[in-house]
Ligand binder design. Sequence first.
Ligand SMILES: CC(C)(COP(=O)(O)OP(=O)(O)OC[C@H]1O[C@@H](n2cnc3c(N)ncnc32)[C@H](O)[C@@H]1OP(=O)(O)O)[C@@H](O)C(=O)NCCC(=O)NCCS
Length: 203
Amino acid sequence: MDTITDTTPQAPERLPVIRPERADGSDTGAIRALTAEAFAPPGKAVAPTSARGRGAVVREAGIIDALRESGALSYSLVAVHAGRIVGHAAASPVTLDPDDGGRWYAVGPVSVHPEFRRQGTGSALMRALLDLLVVYGASGVVLFGDPSLYSRFGFEPRDGLTLAGPGPGASQQFQALRLDGEPGVPTATVTYHPAFGDDRPER
Ligand SMILES: CC(C)(COP(=O)(O)OP(=O)(O)OC[C@H]1O[C@@H](n2cnc3c(N)ncnc32)[C@H](O)[C@@H]1OP(=O)(O)O)[C@@H](O)C(=O)NCCC(=O)NCCS
């Protein structure tokens, strides 16, 4: 039998592999720990988070668990470096009111371990996530975050597409990216999955 020789050139030493979260649950703990560490307030120890982590000190880790439990963690990608999960990106469905008949998702939380930041891992996760969303027919995506981080992927605040809930829904930090090639965005109010809780989805 022929053997297959892998002639792929060596990747740069610190380039991670991006893959989906494993369906057998074996990545869950590492994703929770990574997210808690990535979002921990600077200088504060990371509080342990349970699988039912709502109310945990690091809210974002609990959001991912709650999405998964609800079957709403539609896309969950990890970045693996030398066998260790060093990055994670999630996407979950959002609802539009009025419904435009499409499939819209929220991106986030997105986390990269502090030791691995500013090396392109967050961007690689985002590009892989957007590619998957296009392949599986998403109409578009929204997120809440710093426009200087996300404009490079095409996200921008869009007149008419606003975030439900308290506060200025048309904030410059609420951005959208259409993925299906249709022009413009619907005029609608966007509601995140209940796993995000009552707070503004600031991730
Ligand atoms: C945001 C985050 C995911 C970026 O991950 P990353 O692997 O460092 O991202 P990249 O290396 O792909 O950097 C992409 C760009 O983001 C910007 N950036 C990344 N981290 C930044 C930081 N801490 N402050 C300001 N800009 C930052 C850089 O400008 C970089 O652009 P450059 O290539 O011109 O330098 C990571 O910093 C993180 O986990 N932060 C804590 C959690 C968080 O806030 N997540 C985002 C909201 S969901």
